[in-house]
Structure formats: structure tokens, C-alpha cells
Design a protein around this ligand. Structure first.
Ligand SMILES: NC(=O)c1ccc[n+]([C@@H]2O[C@H](COP(=O)([O-])OP(=O)(O)OC[C@H]3O[C@@H](n4cnc5c(N)ncnc54)[C@H](O)[C@@H]3O)[C@@H](O)[C@H]2O)c1
Length: 460
């Protein structure tokens, strides 16, 4: 018998979950309450940019394995599983906002007309499986059995379909092992390791994974600052570090920092959870602080190279928080552009997919049709998002059309030598500064002097 699944929320995760479960042969109904999003999907307008997803979606919609509705009763009819994939953004103090989880749980309880396994796929704090169970017990309209399972999602935007279908692991946590087993069976065709655990372990594992990824990037960004000062290339350093099996080579790319819909809110969420138990988290706080500092590097570099930047036109290449998505949530471009505007700069920008979303958040930016238009007459360009498209640009054409050919490569996408050959004054992140004056070696020496003295005294 074909298994029937409902997925709640047609966002990045819900759309991927629904289309990929259909790909695995299940009959899936996607439930969405936003009428605009529902309408767009019903009229074949795909609401997010995610490579491969619209094609998969259309194929299974046409093939009848995938269905879409705004009505919970229709959406849950005959479903054994309801996967909740609604947003869990941060509130001001970092607390994960669970209002959409609560409302989805209540709607499921009120509409389900048979036994159901409710699965939290959203990223939620420890204890949320219990909260959902309480809501369902309170609002369910009949005596059918239900169970709650935590099954966090680890996909990366831009790679979402691939990640869902080729996961490194699937985590399924619940107090009800039969329900957990039933959920894990859905993933068996993927042939990946499946970790069965309690719900709290599953919930915490997701936060810990994201916080660890964020920590790695903040770590290499701090090293990149040092590399800039000492004229060392952080990319070579990261390669050496990454070759050590105890370190691993993922998430060691220095740049303008991490953003997006997950890492920032999940690090803040973990700090909030710790606070609720009166546990201090100096490491996690530093991970955030280092990240907040990264956009300021752009301003510092431009000021060093241009002098005053007031009134200068700065071109921005890339706006989305990473390539291959149109997601602008906590994108580095927002912070970089806001700082540049505070310093009186005019901003021109281009992104292959995110201009519509960006324009809603930053209406005073001049949006361009391509990177060449951005470069025309600009005093500097800053590469913020490393879309593949930017690797293929005619960089001589770009540099020769600029008022001043400064390129700040915020993702270390380009080869510095090639950029200098193409006529740029080039700076990456952690690849050595081009100073107008001699590097301030004395200041650095002064700062590390006590440590140096201590080491020397031990050696002598
Ligand atoms: N985006 C990612 O890359 C990613 C990766 C892993 C995990 N997650 C987690 O997955 C969850 C969802 O993230 P997202 O980026 O897909 O969110 P999203 O904001 O893109 O989408 C959420 C969708 O749910 C809908 N919705 C809200 N309440 C609803 C309800 N009661 N019934 C039906 N639909 C409802 C919204 O209208 C929206 O379309 C979050 O907890 C997030 O942290 C996201």
C-alpha cells in the first residue's frame, strides 16, 4: 500500500520534503495557509529559487503523487504522517518563535480524522515534541491515537534536493519507538544511516550541528583577520588545517560571514536555550560577535584604499545569503549595504535570483540587469555572494568600465594574480592587505609582546 504523507508549510523545507517524498514513491499532500503562496503554486509559479526543485515538483504534481491544498481536512485525509515544516524565526531576544508550530499542531489536532504520527521537521528547541504532544492532546477532536516524532532537517539551500535524497544521516527521535520506526522506514530507500533516539537528542543535534558549522566559519574568519595583517593567505592555511583528519575541511571558507535562514537564528536559539537553564555560552556568543564584525571589514578595506568613502558609488555583486538561492534572510549583503549607506555611499547591485526579494528589503538600492551595469562608473565593487555566474565574467571589461578599479572579493572567489592582470586593485578576505602605508608591525608586536616574552623566558 502506498504510504500517505502530509507536509505542513510550503517553504524551502516543506516544498523539498513534499517533492522528495513523492520522488520516493509516497503520496504526498502539501498544506499551505498563505493564500498568495498557494495561489502562486496553483498557477505554476514556483515561490522559491532552488535548483532542480520546480522540475521535480511539476513532474510529481502532473503524475498525481503530489497534491496541494490550503484546507487541513482535505490535506490530512488518509495521511499516516503529518510533517510540520513551518518557520521558527528568532524573536528579538533570540528565543525561537514557535507560534507557527503551535498553530500547525492545533490545526492538525482539529482536522485529523484517524491515527496520525506528527513529525517536527522544523528546527525547534528541546522540549517542543512534548509541547506539540500537549497541544494535540488538548485539541484533538476524537480518540484516535497520535504520536510525536522529531526529525530535524539538515538540507542546505542551493543543494536542497540533492541533500534530501542523499543525506549523511537521518535523525528520528521520539518517546514512542514504534512511531520513530515508522518514520525511519520512510527514509529506508535512501540507504543512509538512521539514528533513532529520544526527541530531545534529535532537537539538540540540529542546533549543535548548525552552531558547529557557524563556529567553524567564525573561527577561520578570525584567522583571516590575522592573515590579512601578516600577509599570509588564509586559503592556504585553511587547506593545511582541513587536511588534518581531526579537523576536516568543510566550512573553512573565509569571507564576509554566515547568514541565511538557519545559522544565525539557530546560534541565537541555542544561546537562548542555555540562558533559560542559566548556562553561560561564551563560545557561542563569540561565534556571533565574530560574524557581526565581518561586514565591517568591507568598509575598513574601502576606506584604506579610497580614503573617505562618502559619496562614492559602490557596486555589489550578489545579494542572496549564498549562491543558488533567492533567500535574503540575514544575508551578508544586508549588513554590508546598510554599513556602506551609513557611510554615505551610493549602492548599485545585481544578483542572478534575489533582486525581487532584496528590493522589498532595500528599496533605495539601484538594481542592475547584470554585473557589467553594476561596474559601470563604480568606485569599487564588492563581491558578496559567490554565484558561479561571477566566475565567468569578462573582468577586463569590468575593471576598465569602473571609475576606480577596486575589487573587494568578499568570498575569495577570484585568483588575485589574475585580477591584478585584469587591471584591478584586488583584496580578498585574509589574503593580505594592500596597504598605502607600511603595515603596522609595531602595534601587532606590542599586542603579542607579553606572550612572546613568556615563551622566550620558558625557552631560555
Ligand atoms: N531553509 C532551510 O535551509 C532550512 C534547512 C533546515 C531546516 N530548516 C528549518 O525548517 C523550518 C522551515 O524553514 P523554511 O525555510 O522552509 O521556512 P519558510 O519560512 O520558508 O516556510 C514556512 C512556510 O510555512 C507556512 N506556514 C506557516 N504556518 C503554517 C500553518 N499553520 N499551516 C500551513 N502552513 C504554514 C508559511 O506560510 C511558509 O510558506 C524552520 O524551522 C527552519 O529552521 C530550514
Amino acid at each position: 500500500m502506498v504510504r500517505r504523507i502530509s507536509v505542513i508549510g510550503a517553504g524551502y523545507v516543506g516544498l523539498v520534503t513534499a517533492a522528495c517524498f513523492a520522488e520516493l514513491g509516497y503520496r504526498v499532500t502539501l498544506l499551505e495557509i498563505d493564500p498568495e503562496r498557494l495561489d502562486a503554486l496553483e498557477h505554476g509559479v514556483f515561490p522559491v529559487h532552488e535548483p532542480g526543485l520546480p522540475e521535480l515538483w511539476q513532474r510529481h504534481l502532473a503524475g498525481g503523487r503530489l497534491h496541494l491544498t490550503g484546507n487541513y481536512e482535505h490535506g490530512l485525509e488518509g495521511s499516516e504522517f503529518a510533517f510540520i515544516a513551518v518557520g521558527t524565526p528568532s524573536t528579538k531576544n533570540g528565543k525561537p518563535d514557535l507560534r507557527w508550530i503551535r498553530s500547525a499542531a492545533r490545526s492538525i489536532a482539529e482536522a485529523a480524522n484517524g491515527p496520525i504520527i506528527v513529525v517536527n521537521k522544523s528546527t525547534v528547541p528541546v522540549g517542543t515534541a512534548d509541547l506539540v504532544a500537549k497541544i494535540i492532546a488538548r485539541y484533538k477532536r476524537n480518540n484516535h491515537d497520535f504520536a510525536v516524532v522529531s526529525n530535524p532537517e539538515f538540507l542546505r539551500e542551493g543543494w536542497a534536493v540533492f541533500d534530501f535524497l542523499h543525506p549523511s544521516r537521518v535523525v528520528v527521535g521520539s518517546a514512542d519507538m514504534n512511531a520513530a520506526q515508522a518514520v525511519s522506514q520512510l527514509y529506508e530507500p535512501l540507504g543512509c544511516p538512521i539514528i533513532l533516539c529520544d526527541a530531545g537528542t534529535a532537537e539538540m543535534s540540529k542546533y549543535a550541528s548548525n552552531a558547529f558549522l557557524a563556529a567553524r566559519i567564525s573561527f577561520i574568519n578570525e584567522i583571516a583577520l590575522l592573515c590579512d595583517k601578516f600577509g599570509v593567505n588564509v586559503m592556504d592555511v585553511a587547506r593545511v588545517v582541513g587536511m588534518e583528519s581531526r579537523c576536516g575541511d568543510g566550512y573553512l571558507g573565509a569571507g564576509l560571514g554566515w547568514g541565511g535562514s538557519c545559522l544565525p537564528k539557530d546560534v541565537r536559539g541555542l544561546i537562548y536555550m542555555a540562558g533559560s537553564q542559566r548556562v553561560s555560552t561564551p563560545l557561542l556568543r563569540s561565534v556571533l560577535r565574530v560574524n557581526l564584525r565581518q561586514p565591517q571589514i568591507v568598509v575598513a578595506k574601502l576606506q584604506r584604499l579610497l580614503g573617505s568613502i562618502r559619496g562614492k558609488t559602490i557596486g555589489i555583486l550578489g545579494l542572496s545569503f549564498k549562491p543558488d538561492t533567492d533567500d535574503m534572510r540575514e544575508a551578508s549583503s544586508l549588513f554590508v549595504i546598510s554599513l556602506l549607506k551609513e557611510h554615505g555611499c551610493q549602492i548599485k547591485a545585481y544578483d542572478p535570483a534575489a533582486i525581487n526579494n532584496a528590493a522589498k528589503l532595500m528599496p533605495t538600492v539601484t538594481y542592475c540587469g547584470d554585473a557589467y551595469e553594476v561596474a559601470e562608473g563604480s568606485d569599487a565593487i564588492v563581491l558578496v555572494t559567490d554565484w558561479d555566474e561571477f566566475k565567468e565574467l569578462d573582468m577586463i571589461r569590468i575593471s576598465s568600465s569602473m571609475a576606480c578599479p577596486i575589487l573587494i572579493d568578499g568570498r575569495n572567489l577570484y585568483d588575485p594574480e589574475e585580477m591584478i592582470q585584469a587591471g584591478f586593485i584586488y583584496e580578498g578576505v585574509g589574503r593580505g592587505e594592500i596597504s598605502r602605508k607600511k603595515p603596522e608591525v609595531t602595534l601587532v608586536k606590542h599586542e603579542i609582546q607579553p606572550e612572546l616574552e613568556a615563551i622566550e623566558s620558558i625557552q631560555s
